[in-house]
Design a protein around this ligand. Structure first.
Ligand SMILES: Cc1ncc(COP(=O)(O)O)c(C=O)c1O
Length: 364
């Protein structure tokens, strides 16, 4: 086993290439949480014909793109903000709110804490508990909302636990937050993979709550992380205006503008993705439940968190074992509240998933 301290992020294929001497083309990434079907067929067939779009600046207001996103999410165009990946919107939103103190549901994606600290704010975490299978106890969570907090960040479904908060639970959180003057940022990067999107998404709640912004992207569900297209939905006009003031003009390229319009309308691709992920999620969760060597946690997104129960194996060894076969999983030891007994992998095509399960089974 290689003795290196680094843990690899889903996008670190170049680093893997240099450490393990495996060509990145030969690696199947179960770590990046990206739709295994690749980009939308409609997008592949049509985008090239729009290449000349780069000879002009995109519409500064991205009206058509925002209309398309509005139709896709069932919300008014005026509530839609677009950005250069959801990363730009995480950064802009947190810079406008400029929180002195933020509460983040953990373990989770690391960018929120980084942005809060760049703005000079402090972060505390509300840890999801292993004993509760990493599901949130909403009443307990609400009892931790206090007047000194300005911002709460909830990733829903959460990365890496794949657990989800329903929208009726979210209402309770929003009501409690209102009483304490707290703004809620909900990152729904993975929500479209869930079985029943309408019971989880907070998008409709933006009609009623002005202390809410919902963040989404195209990197994962639409398999387009290189396109850099993300969007937000909020009913808070003042916040939207402030974000607009800070955002550089044209951060979404003309091609991403057109690509977005094409992919959000590819209903066949959307249906196919949802059916593939739902089937594999069900199959693999039930299979792993029957293995005595692991504890899988019920997944809502396109990935699953698993605890290793076998004493003499840890996630470093498992990562090493799998990557040598060209299969890259996520060792979760760098997430707060987790350790090297946890790993995460996303659902790919059935034969790729079978390959991974066979490799894991060799050690566990
Ligand atoms: C929860 C979450 N939010 C946001 C992002 C970043 O997405 P984007 O590519 O849209 O900036 C990621 C990427 O891994 C993520 O896991």
């Amino acid at each position: 086993m290689l003795n290196h301290k680094d843990h690899f992020h889903g996008s670190d294929l170049e680093e893997i290439e240099s450490v393990y001497h495996i060509k990145k083309e030969d690696i199947t990434s179960f770590s990046a949480n990206i739709n295994p079907l690749g980009i939308s067929g409609k997008l592949r067939a049509s985008l090239a014909a729009h290449l000349d779009a780069i000879t002009s600046y995109p519409d500064r207001n991205y009206k058509k793109l925002r209309e398309c996103i509005g139709a896709y999410c069932g919300i008014n165009t005026d509530s839609v903000i677009v950005g250069n990946g959801s990363t730009e919107l995480i950064s802009l939103t947190i810079s406008v709110i400029s929180p002195k103190r933020a509460l983040i549901l953990g373990p989770t994606y690391s960018e929120y804490e980084r942005e809060v600290s760049l703005q000079g704010g402090q972060t505390r975490y509300y840890p999801l508990r292993e004993e509760q299978k990493f599901r949130m106890d909403v009443n307990d969570f609400c009892s931790h909302l206090t007047d000194d907090l300005d911002l709460v960040v909830l990733c829903n479904p959460n990365n890496p636990t794949s657990s989800a908060i329903t929208n009726s639970e979210m209402r309770k959180i929003l009501d409690a937050a209102l009483q304490h003057g707290i703004f809620i940022l909900v990152d729904e990067t993975y929500v479209e993979f869930a079985n029943d999107v309408s019971s989880i998404t907070s998008v409709p709640l933006t009609r009623y709550y002005t202390n809410l912004l919902v963040l989404r992207g195209t990197s994962k569900f639409f398999a387009a992380p290189g396109l850099r297209l993300g969007y937000s939905i909020t009913g808070n006009r003042d916040l939207a205006r402030q974000i607009g003031i800070r955002q550089n003009p044209w951060t979404i390229t003309s091609l991403a503008d057109i690509a977005g319009q094409l992919m959000f309308q590819d209903t066949e691709y959307i249906k196919k993705t949802r059916s593939l992920i739902s089937g594999e999620r069900n199959r693999i969760y039930h299979l792993l439940q029957s293995w005595p060597s692991v504890q899988p946690y019920e997944p809502s997104a396109n990935f699953m968190l698993v605890k290793i129960l076998k004493e003499d194996v840890d996630a470093d060894q498992l990562f090493d074992h799998c990557i040598r076969k060209g299969l890259m999983i996520r060792n979760c030891s760098t997430f707060p509240f987790l350790s090297n007994r946890y790993f995460r992998f996303c659902f790919m095509k059935p034969e790729q998933n079978d390959q991974l399960l066979a490799a894991i089974r060799e050690l566990l």
